[in-house]
Design a protein around this ligand. Structure first.
Ligand code: 5GP
Ligand code: MN
Length: 333
């Protein structure tokens, strides 16, 4: 990777825009804000634009309130993207992961940099740092700053975003994608005085009563294991979500409960949205849910955590899922 090229691009850039994927998660928001604070430290004019707003449980991150969203301020964001001379694409491998905002970035003549850890990166960037073995884009943001020769400039402000991405995308340092370097980076951040306990608390110990009640309802009434295959599912209709807590991010993590049922090796969470049905898949071991999702539900992701979408009705989607999952299971056996 040639960091001299990217250094020169950053040096001459007058307006930099950082972007990440739709329904931004802890890695998307944490990486974006870490890079944002680093580029500010370099004295650059920079903003973070996301397709839609981050969930409430990430709003404690410093700078989160300055994030612009394409959904709510489309023309302002279009102008910023158009006038940018450098854009960063973080935590996604394909511009379509940003919905309409992807077209705005594609049209822009800005020099494009991609930093990501998803499989099959599409060829839209002028410069890319793609490593599909690392647990998070946040880990690559740390390496990016090292590559820029500025490791000593990383402070707790930049470090909070990085730590947030490391923790959320690695299941709190659990997944097999965690390596010694992940812990080394975490250790380096702790040496700077980063208060990891506060970050864990902000991320995981603040639930609205509604969210907990929705979790209870889903586990009590909606969790089931499919006959003859070790696949657990939770389906939630729009009506059910509206009755409970339909705030952004409120169903985050639900699918992991399904995966934790004893003996279960794959889990699906299917929820009805306004004009689509959104799906989350998780698996254990070598079961490639990204391939399943890509083949049947226009999706993708990682081997053990993937997502997809359907534009058919909820009933039709479930019917299709409950058919193709058996085919998939037979194929991988
Ligand atoms: P989640 O289930 O948390 O929404 O998503 C898990 C992972 O699956 C994400 O990190 C992302 O890589 C991938 N993913 C989720 N939804 C989609 C989708 O609609 N299309 C693609 N290509 N990947 C998705
Ligand atoms: Mn990620």
């Amino acid at each position: 990777m040639d960091f001299e090229i990217i250094k020169a691009q950053i040096n001459k850039a007058r307006q930099i825009v950082i972007t990440s994927h739709q329904s931004p998660d802890g890695d998307a928001v944490g990486s974006s804000l870490a890079l944002y604070h680093y580029l500010k430290y370099l004295g650059k004019e920079v903003c973070v634009i996301l397709p839609d707003a981050p969930p409430a449980f990430l709003m404690w991150l410093e700078g989160a309130n300055e994030i612009l969203t394409f959904e709510s301020e489309t023309s302002k964001c279009e102008n910023l993207i158009n006038n940018a001379d450098l854009t960063f694409s973080l935590d996604y491998n394909d511009l379509t992961r940003m919905g309409d905002m992807g077209e705005a970035v594609a049209k822009s003549s800005a020099y494009k940099v991609m930093i990501d850890h998803h499989l099959d990166p599409k060829d839209f960037a002028n410069w890319q740092m793609s490593d599909t073995n690392v647990c998070s884009t946040a880990q690559l943001i740390y390496e990016f700053i090292v590559g820029m020769g500025d490791e000593s400039q990383i402070n707790t402000l930049i470090g909070s975003g990085i730590y947030c991405g490391l923790v959320t995308d690695s299941g709190s340092f659990r997944f097999s994608s965690v390596d010694a370097r992940t812990h080394e980076i975490a250790a380096n951040l702790l040496k700077l005085g980063l208060q990891h306990n506060i970050i864990h608390e902000n991320l995981f110990d603040v639930n609205s009563l509604n969210r907990l009640q929705m979790l209870g309802y889903s586990l009590c009434n909606k969790l089931k294991v499919l006959p003859n295959i070790p696949v657990a599912v939770i389906y939630l209709t729009k009506e059910e979500l509206q009755k409970m807590d339909n705030k952004k991010g409120s169903t985050e993590g639900l699918v992991n409960y399904a995966l934790s049922v004893e003996g279960v090796q794959m889990a699906a969470f299917i929820k009805e949205d306004d004009n689509k049905v959104k799906m989350s898949f998780r698996s254990k071991g070598t079961i490639p849910v990204n391939e399943f999702s890509g083949k049947h539900f226009s999706g993708g992701g990682h081997r053990n955590a993937a997502g997809g979408v359907s534009f058919e009705s909820m009933d039709k989607t479930i019917e299709k899922f409950e058919k193709v999952i058996y085919d998939f299971w037979n194929e991988i056996l």
